[in-house]
Design a protein around this ligand. Structure first.
Ligand code: C2O
Ligand code: CU
Ligand code: CU
Length: 461
């Protein structure tokens, strides 16, 4: 029937969006990338940080006010710096007209502090929580997680950064001058309507909303000015659904130094890196070594220009990239563990499931003991149309990747991860340990899939 045909076509449309057929417009590089402000600490009080979810207006396009959401401002959020070992109190306040949560993506805290969909704050409500920073240096982030509304709230601008530092990270000599040679770059694609507004319901695709306009840290047509020196870029794919494959237009290589949850053992030299939604990578580009610095840019797989670089004549050879960055090894005991949790990712559009089921807040899907490592096997079951990549994420833990289709994972995935891309028909094994107790989510980080129920719950006890 006609209905069936239309439905099929709609599905096709949704599905194709994942091969990123909606291409991104080239950045014209007219605006210097905004660097999120570092959130000020309150040292007098017990509350170290206060984070407010707010509505506001932002001038993304010259002379036009776009309605947006942000943390402690109108769009996106500040960078929050934490030190390993310290005890931190964070006060979160919902100043929106709708329910939200404050989820700390990648942070190893107990389930009730993690800000999953069970931790709703209604408009006007607030919550203060305290925790000890108990994990190594990494680039994490925070965003809302109300069930069914996470995608829209992130799309409207709710996302911020968390940096964790420790004595080790400070002793490495890596570029770490924030906003000078150490830059966060949050990649998000959006669609703006004729009035230059973010109209989520019009843009929304149930299979993952893909935009034609790139914002980096909320900046339209971004460029980044750097000196002729080693520069650290902390890449975050903060998009609802788009995957990026980053490379330099000159074909020069760069070093990846960190994954989602910490440093790699050794820097890994790469010519390109793919990040699926919510994944992070820290890379170091040595601008003193690149010959063709005119028209240098970070580009995407399809060669669209994501971020033009303006390289000054100034050099500042003070930082370095040590050969050894971390000491993280796969122990035999992890390699030999049997698979005790199986996760099957399946479906598309609003028919997405995990192990054949949709999210149910009343249902606990798995249990695991605190401090005990278990091997999870994640399988992406293809559908009639081949299927798509699902970025699989677990709350409250950093895990190790044991294998992809029984083979050793690539070198640059042999570090702490909290999100992992799983290709159609691929099986990924990971070793997962939770340091804390509580109920945590695990889900696909295509935000529309998450909102459509591609999510489960694990109780750690
Ligand atoms: Cu980025 Cu459930 O989280
Ligand atoms: Cu998370
Ligand atoms: Cu998915």
């Amino acid at each position: 029937s006609k209905d069936m045909k239309d439905m099929d076509q709609d599905k096709m449309k949704g599905h194709e969006s994942h091969s990123n057929v909606v291409s991104l417009n080239n950045s014209t590089g007219v605006n210097e990338v905004n660097i999120p402000a570092e959130l000020k600490r309150n040292n007098k009080d017990e509350v170290v940080y206060t984070v407010r979810a707010q509505k506001g207006k932002t001038e993304i396009f010259d002379g036009v006010q776009t309605n947006t959401y942000g943390y402690n401002g109108s769009f996106l959020g500040p960078m929050i710096r934490l030190e390993k070992g310290e005890t931190v109190k964070i006060r979160t306040i919902n100043e929106l007209d709708e329910d939200t949560t404050f989820h700390w993506h990648g942070l190893e805290v107990s389930g009730e502090k993690d800000g999953g969909p069970q931790s709703i704050l209604k408009p006007g409500e607030e919550n203060t929580f305290e925790f000890k920073v108990n994990q190594e240096a990494a680039t994490l982030w925070f965003h809302p997680h109300p069930h069914g509304k996470a995608a829209e709230q992130v799309y409207n601008g709710l996302a911020g950064l968390v940096y964790i530092e420790d004595d080790h990270s400070k002793s490495l000599g890596l570029p770490n001058d924030y906003g000078k040679n150490d830059f966060p770059l949050i990649f998000q694609d959006r669609i703006f309507d004729d009035k230059k507004q973010l109209n989520y319901s019009a843009a929304m695709n149930t299979d993952g909303t893909i935009g034609d306009t790139l914002l980096i840290n909320g900046t339209l047509n971004p460029k980044l000015t750097v000196n002729k020196e080693k520069v650290r870029l902390r890449l975050l794919n903060g998009s609802n659904a788009r995957n990026y494959t980053f490379k330099l237009n000159t074909g020069d290589s760069f070093l990846q130094i960190a994954t989602d949850g910490g440093f790699l053992n050794e820097p890994v030299s790469l010519k390109e890196i793919t990040l699926t939604p919510s994944e992070r990578a820290e890379i170091v580009v040595d601008f003193s070594k690149i010959k063709e610095v005119n028209d240098l840019a970070l580009i995407n797989e399809d060669r669209s220009v994501l971020l033009p670089f303006v390289v000054t004549d100034q050099s500042g050879e003070t930082s370095m990239v040590p050969k050894k960055l971390n000491d993280l090894s796969l122990e035999d005991k992890e390699m030999d563990l049997p698979v005790t949790k199986k996760v099957e990712l399946f479906g598309m559009m609003d028919m997405v499931t995990i192990n054949g089921k949709k999210f149910d807040p009343e249902r606990i899907d798995f249990t695991q003991k605190q401090g005990v490592t278990e091997v999870w096997e994640i399988y992406n079951k293809p559908d009639m149309m081949g299927g798509m990549i699902h970025p699989f994420h677990i709350h409250g833990a950093q895990f190790k990747v044991l294998s992809r289709d029984e083979k050793k994972p690539p070198e640059n995935e042999q570090g702490w991860k909290d999100s992992i891309s799983v290709k159609p028909d691929e099986t990924v094994k990971i070793a997962v340990q939770f340091k804390h107790k509580g109920i945590y989510m695990f889900h696909c980080h295509i935000l529309e899939h998450e909102d459509n129920g591609m999510m489960g719950q694990i109780k750690v006890e």
